[in-house]
Design a protein around this ligand. Structure first.
Ligand code: GLA
Ligand code: ZN
Length: 669
């Protein structure tokens, strides 16, 4: 990539700014307030296509020049957005093929946003045209820190242009129709294709029985949208060399394979809108997911709300101190920015009730503004101390969009299977243990990790199976669950049965998989420990060299092996035939990590108390910063195995650390 490990010269602090919704008199006041809030970066213009290009080929940049000059006068830099996520009315009227078509085959009418077809030649031409013009005009501007292409890509299209492009994509992928029929298993229900033209996107009233088609359509649409990003990116890069280019992602967003996307992005950025009752480990999981997309390279937080959302069923305010905690949690997990949506609450449109730094009729005296400004002061005082740090994780949980698509497309074995929740439960268990963990994609390097966890990783192509087996043979510990390694890239069950290419490493064969009914209980009774509750699925397995470590407690298979371990080269591979629940999972992972000498960085490797988050970043110079965050409303105490300095307060801290409610400590040893 053009920018291996981008380095910023400060923590980017700022967010989305929509000056085109306001008269010019307000802009001066905005810049004054931004300076007071210690904003250093305003993201502009995210949704201004109609103002920038009021008719085809006629551009109006005068107003944007004045916006930038106003910001620059107060020392505020810019994250320049390309405005292509919401096309103007004239585009849709003139080029109806730009409008997206839904899964029922219905073409959208003009309106909303994200309503463009990624395979519309007109959309590609017009969007890259606008991006090029912006880059020509502003690409070398000293205040420009970052490019923000489009906004939250992700709506998929089922139109005629997409169908035609899909067929070409399939021809490139499979070469012949025979090969496609074989890989897609179309002998099923007489679905064999005899001409490429017969293949259609998986309309909701069309083909739903061939999972491979549905999975390939997800791949194709993810790639189509990625081509839109790449087209804008390349147009910008030619005219604005050296300025990093990103687009804002959305966590576990189903439609796009973000691991593929990250390969094309200079730096990953994402939008964090936790539910009011989200647990710290859930939010931490999303940060880890984005950090893993570029193999540990710091990411950026592009958006969070300073107070509330407008689109949740109940839009809670963040109580005093919560925004600060959320912001430092972001940095603790690998971000080099803290940014907001949005600067000023709008007066109209469906987001008029969305939280903002400046309230309706507000100024610097409002509560939210004061909290934002205080965070700004703290981040400014940190300077470059936290920038570029990397999480020193030796444990990784695999997350695969393709496995997620495969599980969603699968009929059976259980309606309760929730792939992201499954992966999150593994991450959450580690988080509660205070163990640094990464969330990585199937193509990530495996060498940094001594423990590799593969919850519900159903799609394991041969090559991935080979890489995982090799890493275990070199000495790593592997943990698999029901459904791991069942199918190949086109969702064909491996001929040898599950766990397919991991059979040799795991030393088991899955014979049958039972789904637990709602409320039905089963458990794993460990040979050498308390029992662990199961959920979702219980495999009946045949041992092929693995040693049983736990047995089923209930069902007609009570007493049969429910968890096994197998020596593989210098490593060990565990098969959890039953998917474990939270407490049992935590105890199991604690043991697996302890066997590899992995524990929390607290004294004695202790588990942090309830609500306390502990995580680390190793700075480019080699020093380790330990982050301690108290998410609870109670005082908590932890013990560090050293004495250090709290970077936020400049005071000595440790070995015993007292953490008041919502406290944050960044401890330099
Ligand atoms: C998203 C979008 C923003 C805004 C916020 C509101 O993240 O990128 O434009 O709509 O949601 O929460
Ligand atoms: Zn389309």
């Amino acid at each position: 990539m053009a920018h291996p490990g981008i380095r910023f010269d400060r923590i980017l602090y700022g967010g989305d700014y929509n000056p085109d919704q306001w008269p010019e008199e307000v802009w001066r006041e905005d810049a004054r307030l931004m300076a007071l809030a210690r904003w250093n970066t305003a993201t502009v213009p995210v949704f201004s296509w109609a103002r920038l290009e009021p008719e085809e080929g006629r551009y109006d940049f005068g107003w944007l020049d004045r916006v930038l000059e106003t910001l620059e006068a107060d020392g505020i830099g810019v994250c320049l957005a390309t405005s292509t996520a919401s096309q103007p009315a004239w585009v849709d009227a003139k080029y109806p093929d730009v409008l997206i078509t839904d899964a029922n085959g219905v073409r959208r009418r003009h309106g909303g946003r994200h309503a463009f077809c990624p395979n519309s030649a007109n959309y590609r031409r017009l969007s890259t045209g606008l991006a090029s013009k912006l880059a020509e005009r502003y690409g070398a501007r000293p205040s420009l820190r970052l490019w923000h292409v489009n906004n939250e890509y992700g709506t998929i299209c089922f139109c005629g242009s997409c169908a035609a492009a899909f067929r070409r994509w399939l021809q490139r992928r499979y070469g012949t129709l025979d090969e496609l029929n074989r890989r897609w298993y179309t002998a099923f229900w007489s679905h064999t294709y005899t001409d490429w033209s017969q293949i259609e996107p998986p309309y909701s009233h069309g083909e739903g029985a061939i999972q491979a088609l549905r999975i390939d359509y997800h791949r194709f649409q993810s790639e189509s949208l990625l081509r839109c990003f790449v087209a804008e990116r390349d147009a910008i890069r030619r005219r604005s060399p050296g300025v990093p280019i990103t687009t804002n992602l959305m966590g576990t967003f189903f439609n796009l394979d973000y691991h593929r996307w990250a390969e094309e992005m200079d730096v990953v950025s994402w939008d964090n809108y936790p539910w009011p009752d989200a647990k710290p480990e859930e939010v931490a999981f999303y940060h880890a997911l984005h950090r893993g997309m570029k193999h540990g390279q710091p990411f950026l937080l592009m958006e969070q709300s300073p107070s509330q959302q407008n689109w949740q069923p109940y839009n809670k305010l963040k109580a005093p101190g919560r925004l600060r905690l959320q912001s430092f949690q972001t940095i603790a997990h690998g971000s080099d920015s803290v940014m907001y949506f949005q600067w000023r609450r709008g007066r109209g449109g469906i987001e008029k009730l969305h939280g903002a730094v400046v309230e309706h009729g507000g100024d610097e005296n409002n509560r939210v503004f004061r909290e934002v400004a205080e965070i700004g002061r703290e981040l400014e005082a940190l300077g470059t101390a936290t920038l570029g740090g990397r999480t020193p994780a030796r444990v990784a949980v695999l997350f695969s969009w393709e496995s997620w698509w495969a599980i969603r497309c699968s009929s059976g074995p259980s309606a309760d299977l929730d792939y992201p929740a499954a992966v999150r439960s593994f991450y959450a268990a580690l988080h509660r243990l205070g163990i640094d963990a990464d969330v990585i994609g199937p193509n990530a390097p495996l060498e940094p990790y001594d423990v590799l966890l593969l919850p519900l990783l159903t799609m394991v192509p041969r090559e991935l199976g080979r890489r995982l087996t090799e890493r275990v043979a070199q000495g790593a510990t592997l943990v698999a669950t029901p459904f791991t390694g069942l199918v190949d890239e086109t969702d064909l069950v491996h001929p040898e049965g599950a766990p397919g290419p991991l059979s040799e490493a795991l030393g088991v064969l899955v014979e049958e998989t039972d789904a637990l009914m709602p409320g039905e209980r089963n458990a794993v009774r460990w040979l050498d420990g308390p029992k662990a509750d199961a959920r979702w699925l219980c495999d009946r397995i045949r041992l092929r060299g693995a040693e049983p470590m736990g047995f089923y407690e209930a069902g007609f298979y009570a007493g049969e092996p429910a968890a096994t371990v197998h020596a593989c080269g210098r490593g060990r591979a565990w098969y959890l035939a039953a998917f474990l629940q939270d407490d049992g999972l935590r105890a199991f992972l604690k043991r697996v990590c302890a066997e590899r000498g992995i524990a929390s960085p607290l004294e004695g490797g202790a588990e942090p108390p309830e609500g306390v988050e502990v995580t680390r970043r190793v700075q480019p110079g080699g020093e380790t910063l330990t982050y301690l965050l108290n998410h609870s409303e109670e005082h908590r105490k932890v013990r560090l195995p050293f004495e250090g300095t709290d970077l936020l307060r400049g005071e000595p801290v440790g070995p015993e650390v007292d953490l008041p409610p919502l406290a944050v400590r960044i401890v330099r040893r």
